[in-house]
Every structure is written in structure tokens, then in C-alpha cells.
Design a protein around this ligand. Structure first.
Ligand code: GLU
Length: 444
């Protein structure tokens, strides 16, 4: 059996860290099992779905390295939903309802007021032909519900949550189609999963009840249902589903200089019993992927943890993996020298700029200029193969009595043209003797 998973976002916005995690788990499982990973665009809402968002979702998946084996879109499949709807309707599993939202809300309130679960009372099933004709004459269009089979208990063995049970009598018959004929998510998704051979539905635990309802739809359609894995939700480090998390996606990761592998390393493993490690390729994540390792508690996402992981990943990246993204002129040796000092790859440009120069000239007062002349002379006599920055500053401190900022700042300014920047101890050997002497003596 070929494993088929699918990632099913609605192209009504950009992907955020929560659905990136879902996409990743679907991808990891498919890759581990040698299966297929599909992108399914849930775009039945034709007003809110846009091609621009669909394109952005694809681009984000490409950036993350989650390659797809195919793409489907629901807006191209309305005829399949019509066909399933017609079959279910003639089997008596779909029925028209005429209640207005206000009437439904009132029913809910009455039930809740009596301490009862707000389950739809199926009043529409008792309408007479004449009542229906009267509604239609009034211009009311029906919405449509799927009729749950109360005699068939709902149960499945969830790959993350273990055995699940629902009593269908305690659930409302779900609305599957609106008055205007548009589809709600539930039926199209079940039709697609049945027709596309989805073997595993991996999604957030906010869909657990939907699964109960959809299992009855599979049954009613005579289709065998996929396996289900509902993962615990993602929360921010402060423990809440923060607004910030919903706006955090590939765009902000790129802005922060986060490598795709940092995102994957973190999202693959938070909320599981496996430790989060900085991996530079996906092989260990694929090999170690196991639903049995997923916990039931919410997974905590911490941006600082992501940044820390990113730093460790940058430190492991080979020249070959980054050469196209490095500034002109950085060779393998240069990369290895600056790599341990970087938190993000983008910082390489900063480093390279001050190493290569030319650096901006800074205006010094006379006394500082004299100090820098001494620095040039001292530096000329140093052993440049060792820790030249500490040798230089120690010697100048002893000779001039300068310390702290008065010692370090003019040296940094002369050597780099800036007040701040990378660690001087690491930078000075890269600048090298010749350039350093010229900058200290302000000859260049
Ligand atoms: N479009 C649905 C969502 O984003 C898909 C859920 C599913 O995976 O079935 O919630």
C-alpha cells in the first residue's frame, strides 16, 4: 500500500507556524514510508481564496524544502462534490433545512438554558411537503445537513490520541452546504480523501470532532476511511495560542535570517518525546519520525529557541551549501573563519564588508591619533598567527594606561570604520596584518 498524506490549507492567507508544522509532519511521514505527499488547496470559499495566496503557500513549501508529489484544488472538483451529494441525498443521508441563523441560535440558547447539549433537533426532518412549499414560496432557500446514523457508534484508533469514541446522538447533524449552494469544508474534504486515496490524515486536534462526523460520511459513501493522527496544538512560549504565533511564518523567518532547517528541526520535534536538535538536513528527522512519540500536551513554540537552533545550524553549514548566498569574494577559508561568529547567514555580509574594506574614515582628535600611531607600531611587531587582538590591547594598555572604552573604541573605529560590530578578536586575524596596519595608521 502506498502511503498518501495531504496538507490541506485554505489559500485565504499565508501559512503560519502552526500549519507549517502540520505540513511538515505530513511530509515527514510520507517520506519515511516512501509515500506521496500532496498539497490540497481547500479553496471552496471562492471569495476569500486567492491565487496570490496559493502561490505564496507553494513558495513557502519550496523554501522549507517540503517537496510535493502533486497538487489538487477543491475549486476544480465541484462536480465530484455534487455527485457525492446527489448519492447521499437519494440514500436519505442529506436533508434540507430552512431555519434561519436566528432560529438556530434561539434553539441553542433554549437547550443550553436547560443544561442540555446544544444538539440540532432535526426539526427539518419533520417538515411536511406543504411547509416546505410555503418556505420556498417565501423565497427561503434550504441549507443542507448530513444525517448522522445514531445507531452506528463512532470510534477510531487515533495514531496520536489513542482510542476515540463519540456517540453520534450527542452531535448535531453537520451543515455541509449553504443556502447559496456553496460548500462547507466537511463533505468536500471527505470526498477528496476517499477519491485521492489519502491513507493518513494528519491534522490538528481542533479537527477531532470533524473526524467523527467525517467517518460517518466515509461509511455513507461506501469508502474506507484513512487513518487519523490529531496532533496537539501549538502554543507560544507564554503558554497561550498567541496572536503573534498566527502571524509568524516564512516571511518573518526569512527576515530574521532563520534557515529552513532550523524551522524544520524545531517543528518536527516540539511536542514529541524526541529531543530538538540542530540538523542540517532532513534525513534524521525522516528516519526518526513516529506518531507514537507525539505527546498530548500542547507543543510549545519559542522564537528564542528557534534562533538558538539557527545559530547552531549556521555553524555547521558547509561552504558548498551557502556559497550562493555569501557576498562576492568569500571563499571556503573565509567562510570557515567567519562562520563560528554568525547567528545568521546575513551577518556574513557585515563581516565581509569590514574584513575586505574599504572602511569609512573616522575623524580622531590629536591625542587619539597619536594613540593609533602607537597601535600601528605595536601591531607591526606582533605575532599575527596567534591571538593578535589580545596581544595588541594588552601591550597598548600597559604602554599608554588606557583601558575600557578609551582603549577599545578608537581601535575598533580605525579598524572597522564603525562603533559596533563583530567580535574584534575574531575579526582582526581576518582583516590581516597589512590591512590592519594601514587602517590603524590611517594611510588607506
Ligand atoms: N482546510 C482545513 C484546515 O485548514 C484542512 C483540515 C484537514 O486537514 O482536513 O483546517
Amino acid at each position: 500500500m502506498t502511503i498518501v498524506t495531504r496538507f490541506a490549507p485554505s489559500p485565504t492567507g499565508r501559512l503560519h507556524v502552526g500549519n507549517i508544522r502540520t505540513a511538515l509532519h505530513n511530509w515527514l511521514y510520507a517520506r519515511k514510508e516512501g509515500g506521496r505527499f500532496l498539497l490540497r488547496l481547500d479553496d471552496t470559499d471562492t471569495e476569500r481564496s486567492t491565487e496570490a495566496f496559493a502561490e505564496a503557500i507553494r513558495a513557502d513549501l519550496v523554501w522549507l524544502g517540503l517537496d510535493m508529489d502533486g497538487e489538487e484544488r477543491q475549486s476544480a472538483r465541484f462536480d465530484h462534490y455534487e455527485a457525492a451529494f446527489a448519492r447521499l441525498r437519494s440514500a436519505g443521508r442529506v436533508y434540507p433545512c430552512y431555519e434561519t441563523p436566528q432560529e438556530l441560535e434561539l434553539k441553542r440558547k433554549v437547550l443550553l438554558g436547560r443544561g442540555k447539549p446544544p444538539v440540532y433537533d432535526r426539526a427539518a426532518l419533520g417538515l411536511t411537503e406543504a411547509q416546505i412549499a410555503a418556505f420556498e414560496a417565501e423565497g427561503r432557500q434550504p441549507h443542507w445537513r448530513f444525517k448522522l446514523d445514531h445507531g452506528s457508534p463512532i470510534a477510531w484508533d487515533d495514531l496520536v490520541r489513542g482510542p476515540q469514541h463519540f456517540d453520534p446522538a450527542l452531535l448535531s447533524d453537520p451543515v455541509i452546504r449553504r443556502e447559496d449552494g456553496s460548500w462547507l469544508y466537511m463533505l468536500p474534504s471527505a470526498v477528496d480523501d476517499a477519491e485521492m486515496g489519502t491513507t493518513h490524515v494528519v491534522r490538528g486536534e481542533d479537527h477531532v470532532t470533524n473526524t467523527g462526523l467525517q467517518l460517518q460520511m466515509f461509511e455513507a459513501m461506501g469508502a474506507s476511511p484513512p487513518a487519523f493522527a490529531h496532533e496537539a496544538l501549538l502554543v507560544g512560549s507564554e503558554g497561550k495560542l498567541s496572536k503573534r504565533l498566527g502571524s509568524l511564518g516564512v516571511e518573518s523567518f526569512r527576515e530574521e535570517g532563520i534557515e529552513p532547517m532550523a524551522v524544520l528541526s524545531l517543528l518536527a520535534r516540539i511536542g514529541t518525546s524526541d529531543s530538538v536538535e540542530p540538523f542540517v538536513d532532513t534525513a534524521p528527522l525522516v528516519a526518526g519520525f513516529d506518531f507514537a512519540h507525539f505527546g498530548r500536551a500542547p507543543a510549545r513554540f519559542d522564537l528564542e529557541e528557534l534562533k538558538g537552533l539557527n545559530t547552531k545550524i549556521v555553524h555547521q553549514l558547509d561552504f558548498g551549501a551557502v556559497r550562493d548566498r555569501l557576498p562576492e569574494g568569500v571563499d571556503a577559508g573565509g567562510w570557515e573563519a567567519i562562520r563560528p561568529n554568525l547567528a545568521t547567514l546575513a551577518e556574513a555580509a557585515d563581516w565581509w564588508h569590514v574584513v575586505e574594506g574599504p572602511v569609512d574614515a573616522v575623524a580622531f582628535d590629536e591625542e587619539t591619533a597619536a594613540f593609533l600611531d602607537r597601535a600601528e607600531a605595536v601591531a607591526a611587531d606582533l605575532d599575527w598567527s596567534g591571538d593578535v587582538w589580545h596581544a595588541l590591547t594588552d601591550a597598548l594598555k600597559a604602554e599608554t594606561g588606557r583601558k575600557g572604552r578609551a582603549l577599545f573604541l578608537p581601535l575598533r573605529q580605525a579598524l572597522t570604520g564603525r562603533d559596533h560590530g563583530p567580535e574584534m578578536a575574531a575579526l582582526l586575524p581576518l582583516i590581516g596584518r597589512e590591512r590592519a596596519l594601514a587602517r590603524l595608521g590611517r594611510h588607506s
